[in-house]
Design a protein around this ligand. Structure first.
Ligand code: AMP
Length: 297
């Protein structure tokens, strides 16, 4: 058992230990918030943690690189793992528990496939587009682990970033469809001053790649600016992206959809969201922008 008490915070890696602590909080009538992460924490994660601290009495941050949400050719093995730095950052934010379980703790001896493990499958309509198209099975893995974390921690609220827009929409749908008594709180995207959305995967980018990656936010900002100037035809808005792209940009998708249900529309309105995925320097990056004034960071 790892149970390091550092200032107010505890690093726990066993499910029953987390349950025990949360049970005590519940008995005192305290409001509990959960911030699920895969670690390699940055200011984006910290913004979720700060919001959770502001809204809840106790905050649990989970740090778990979830094997079942990575495809066979994805970066599970090389995904950055920086637990010591993560716990220090959480300590700085006065997080109450950092829950960092092993894969064995989360999945036991199950073979990690759906012939032996119970999965949550989000609806096809929400999955068969955007990131779900190239990352087959990704959202099954996300929903499964998030539901497990919900059941382990049993928080009142859980905090997710707008950065992963499709993810938060799918989680809201799951919570709604399965009557999970947890409020999902969506937090704005935190960016570098340059406009680049913070991501643990930015660590893979070279200096030049980081500059090339600015194109994602530039395309999105320009699309929104064009919309604000009165262009609503979605095809026309999407076409404005091409002037930004060079041979260094391997575009996977650029879509403008309804932000609540991911439906395709012909004309953009205040409910629209523009979403982009593009490979730069071999690194797959995603970003998005809401068309409403006040909802972006
Ligand atoms: P991850 O560790 O990548 O699974 O992310 C954990 C949570 O942090 C998710 O809800 C993400 O959407 C959120 N997140 C990641 N990057 C950012 C960012 N730049 N701004 C706001 N939230 C973020």
């Amino acid at each position: 058992m790892t149970k390091n008490k550092m200032r107010g915070k505890m690093l726990l890696n066993k499910i029953n230990e987390v349950r025990e602590e949360v049970k005590k909080w519940r008995a005192e009538g305290l409001k509990v918030g959960l911030v699920p992460t895969m670690g390699a924490l940055h200011e984006g994660h910290l913004s979720l943690i700060k919001k959770a601290k502001a809204e809840c009495d106790k905050v649990v941050v989970s740090v778990f690189v979830n094997p079942i949400q990575f495809g066979p050719s994805e970066d599970f093995d090389k995904y950055p793992r920086t637990l010591e730095a993560d716990t220090e950052l959480c300590d700085g934010e006065k997080v109450d528990i950092v829950f960092a379980p092993s894969a064995q703790e989360m999945y036991g001896n199950n073979r990690l496939s759906n012939d032996t493990l119970t999965y949550i499958y989000p609806p096809y309509f929400f999955v068969d587009k955007l990131c779900g198209k190239s990352r087959v099975g990704h959202f099954d893995g996300v929903c499964t682990v998030v539901m497990k974390l919900f059941n382990i921690v049993q928080p009142d609220c859980a905090f997710f970033g707008q950065k992963d827009a499709q993810q938060v929409i799918i989680i809201k749908k799951m919570v709604n469809d399965l009557n999970v008594p947890i409020e999902i709180i969506q937090c704005p995207i935190v960016r570098e001053e340059s406009g680049l959305a913070l991501s643990s995967r930015n660590k893979y980018l070279s200096e030049e790649g980081k500059k090339d990656a600015l194109v994602l936010s530039q395309i999105l900002n320009n699309i929104k600016a064009c919309y604000k100037r009165g262009i609503t035809d979605i095809e026309a808005l999407k076409e404005t992206a091409y002037s930004y792209l060079t041979e260094k940009h391997d575009m996977e998708y650029l879509e403008i959809l309804n932000k609540n249900n991911l439906e395709e529309e012909k004309f953009a309105d205040e409910n629209s969201i523009a979403l982009i995925a593009c490979r730069v320097d071999g690194v797959r990056l995603i970003d998005n922008i809401l068309f409403t004034e006040d909802e972006n960071a």
